[in-house]
Design a protein around this ligand. Structure first.
Ligand SMILES: Nc1ncnc2c1ncn2[C@@H]1O[C@H](COP(=O)(O)OP(=O)(O)OP(=O)(O)O)[C@@H](O)[C@H]1O
Length: 321
């Protein structure tokens, strides 16, 4: 039987009186590609640091490839920390070589691997450019390539997509898929649901230090089922109006047409039934659309609109006044 790359059991971490991670248990199976989701401050980075032994938990246990995190097990891991950092005087190529050699690759293999990775990631022309002369996004790509240069069995990436433009996010998604196809197990944190929807076979959702969901994408969508979006005139409480009819409604981000609500449809109930129920409840309807479940909706249904709004602010920090 294969050993799980990572098992956390009942991990808790306090900073003073604040609980950053609360009773987290997590199993990362070999060959999985797992998205660790949640808004800023949910406890994702702290959990990943604990997983790597960078930080000790106040309670609970960590098992990395069946042992406490240590030199031997960490060689099998590639870790992209949230705080990015490369030596400014090194070039793109020598940076990757440097990290690959730290993980035990020979000088020759590290050099060949660095060149191959830079060529396939659109940085072939910048092999010999110093880090200080690269754009922020390019430097981030170099750091990601440094993380996976030694062909680790387990890649842990903390917010790998943040700071990259859409083209480079796509390149990174392809790279993650290629690493997964090579056989690597992947755990990455993100507050952008779409990356998880496209890449993951399993997701773990965090909010305020607690795990609120752990399962496959199918489980996540199944938990919510199909839905309908109903917009009503501002101020009308659709949740209260539909509750007596056995339908749950959650507030969605405003889309410019009154207040938007998502109705979760139980098995056997169609979107038209929800519309009929809203009409019967005298809801002042201004818009209606049947909807497939999205991960964000799952998150809203689990943690409520307030925490989901925190997730949106994490995705669009520039929109926060
Ligand atoms: N060393 C520390 N000392 C005090 N508080 C900390 C420390 N590290 C993290 N925290 C707090 O713990 C909470 C969880 O932080 P963490 O970085 O794990 O969240 P996250 O989900 O990774 O979010 P982000 O994407 O913003 O990093 C936050 O409120 C943060 O301010």
């Amino acid at each position: 039987m294969s050993i799980s790359p990572l098992v956390l059991r009942n991990v808790t971490k306090h900073f003073g009186t604040f609980t950053a991670v609360s009773d987290l248990s997590l199993d990362v199976p070999e060959g999985g590609i797992i998205g660790f989701l949640g808004p800023n401050g949910a406890g994702k980075s702290t959990s990943l640091r604990i997983a790597l032994g960078v930080m000790q938990p106040d309670a609970g246990t960590v098992s990395l490839f069946g042992a406490k995190p240590g030199i031997a097990t960490l060689k099998r891991v590639g870790f992209l920390p949230e705080e990015r950092g490369l030596y400014k005087k090194m070039t793109a190529r020598t940076s990757i070589e440097h990290f690959a050699r730290l993980k035990g690759m020979t000088a020759r293999d590290a050099r060949a691997r660095a060149i191959e990775l830079l060529d396939t990631s659109g940085l072939g022309d910048d092999k010999n450019t110093r880090i200080s002369k690269l754009s922020k996004g390019m430097a981030q790509k170099v750091q990601i390539l440094s993380t996976l240069a030694h062909r680790p069995d387990f890649l842990i990436l903390d917010e790998p997509f943040s700071g990259l433009d859409p083209v480079n996010q796509q390149i990174l998604e392809d790279l993650v898929r290629a690493e997964h196809a090579r056989g690597a197990t992947i755990l990455f944190s993100t507050h952008v649901m779409e990356h998880a929807e496209r890449l993951c076979d399993r997701i773990v959702m965090m909010a305020r230090g607690r795990k609120v969901f752990d399962g496959t994408l199918g489980d996540a969508y199944g938990a919510l089922g199909h839905g309908a979006r109903i917009n009503v005139e501002t101020g009308f409480d659709l949740a209260a109006a539909l509750a007596p009819k056995g339908l749950a409604a959650h507030r969605m981000p405003d889309d410019g047409h009154g207040d938007a609500w998502r109705i979760s449809l139980p098995k056997g109930v169609g979107a038209q039934d929800a519309l009929r129920a809203a009409i019967e409840a005298s809801a002042p309807i201004v818009g209606f659309a049947p909807e497939e479940a999205r991960l964000r909706d799952v998150f809203v249904s689990l943690v409520g609109e307030a925490d989901a709004a925190a997730l949106d602010r994490s995705q669009h920090p520039e929109e926060v006044a």
